[in-house]
Design a protein around this ligand. Structure first.
Ligand code: FSX
Length: 377
């Protein structure tokens, strides 16, 4: 990590701390009129709690503090329609989002609950009570009513050949279902590594011919804004953070070359890992249960993929910010990267030796070249 990146991180962390301790300002309070206050109260959220949430979210996404009131106002004023469609996946992405919400909702309304209350989640096959033709009709009506403006969240990858018989739902192929929705959407979020890069269904030998959402869009000439939120599963707060940004600005945040938001994927997991000090000192665990592992030594020699994986796990953490893999004693599996699983992460076939033997510390050739559809010009 460069020195100026380090100082940016440092100031971001300081900003988070300051904003979360700051008393509510008249400027912020003036934005929360009586109607909004009532709505927050109905959701069990105090004004102060909501402003703290916005401040924390803004800081996490490197949005200037001056934008916090605007973020709060936009989030409360807007209620965009969200259509959430699932294709070939394990439902882990939705589990991540929903369990995170349930886990911490015993004490207060969480970020996830808040967002689910602030957007109009109009179609999600696993969560909705409607099914069959009724659900499909609702989806079609909502897409028509919000043509060009709804947010399409997609998880799972899709068989590229619509005639091969894999993934038929509502009598339509995955390609047909996706293309119909994508052509009417305002913004597309590819949630999870399956949707973003192909993921598990795309792993060798890829029997269904599954491709990522980006690749399918490119092949169908669909030119809509796409944000990849990778991870198997992705971090719930990263999904909600991107939605918050869109509510605030009406546009996608800055993306990296893989169309992932830079604020969450701009650094590798190793950069913020608490075991990094041991890495710097050359202290490594050699087995998962040796004395070094118990003291927090670096897990690099056990195959940790933190240095080549971009995500916010070590900063945002998981399960209501409780922990993340390295804190739990397990190396990073690189699930946010293209070619997870085949990319040499867990299979002996693709990567028979720990990656630290693969040459330079950050080998740019560790992963195969990316498909052109995933790379910005
Ligand atoms: Fe894939 Fe998600 Fe992994 Fe599972 O929806 S990213 S297999 S956690 O469920 O798509």
């Amino acid at each position: 990590m460069k020195d100026d990146d380090k100082s940016t991180n440092e100031s971001r962390r300081n900003l988070i701390t300051r904003l979360l301790q700051e008393p509510p300002s008249p400027e912020n309070d003036s934005l929360l009129n009586e109607t909004i206050g009532d709505r927050l109260a109905q959701m069990g959220v105090s004004r102060r709690g909501f402003m703290q949430f916005c401040a924390g979210m803004a800081s996490m996404m490197a949005i200037p503090a001056a934008m916090v009131p605007r973020m709060a106002a936009a989030a409360l004023a807007a209620k965009p329609s969200v259509i959430y469609m699932s294709f070939q996946e394990c439902t882990g992405c939705l589990e991540s989002l929903v369990n995170s919400s349930i886990q911490s909702s015993a004490n207060s309304t969480t970020i996830e609950n808040l967002i689910l209350n602030l957007v109009s989640l109009d179609y999600q096959e696993t969560l909705m009570t409607s099914a069959g033709h009724e659900a499909e009709t609702i989806r079609d009506e909502i897409m028509a009513a919000n043509n060009g403006s709804f947010v399409l969240i997609v998880d799972g990858s899709i068989p590229k050949d619509p005639t091969n018989g894999y993934f038929i739902s509502g009598g339509k192929s995955g390609v047909t279902r996706f293309v119909e929705a994508a052509n009417q959407a305002g913004l597309i979020l590819a949630v999870g590594t399956c949707a973003a890069f192909g993921g598990l269904p795309n792993a060798d030998p890829n029997p269904t011919g599954a491709v990522s959402i980006g690749e399918l869009m490119a092949s169908k000439g669909i030119n809509k804004p796409l944000i990849n939120i990778s991870g198997c599963p992705p971090i719930a707060e990263v999904i909600t953070g991107v939605i918050m940004y869109y509510l605030t600005y009406g546009a996608a945040p800055a993306l990296d070359s893989l169309k992932r938001p830079r604020v969450f994927y701009g650094e590798d997991i190793h950069d913020e890992c608490y075991r990094k000090d041991y890495f710097e000192k050359g202290l490594f665990a050699n087995t998962f249960d040796d004395a070094g592992a118990r003291q927090g030594y670096c897990l690099l020699k056990l195959g940790c993929k933190g240095p080549i994986s971009n995500n916010a796990c070590s900063e945002v953490k998981w399960n209501a910010r409780t922990s993340f893999p390295m804190k739990s004693g397990h190396g990073c599996m690189g699930c946010s990267q293209p070619y997870f699983w085949d990319g040499g992460v867990t299979t002996a076939k693709a990567n028979p030796v720990p990656f630290w033997k693969n040459g330079p510390y950050k080998s740019p050739s560790f992963y195969s070249p990316l498909p052109a559809s995933l790379v910005d010009d």
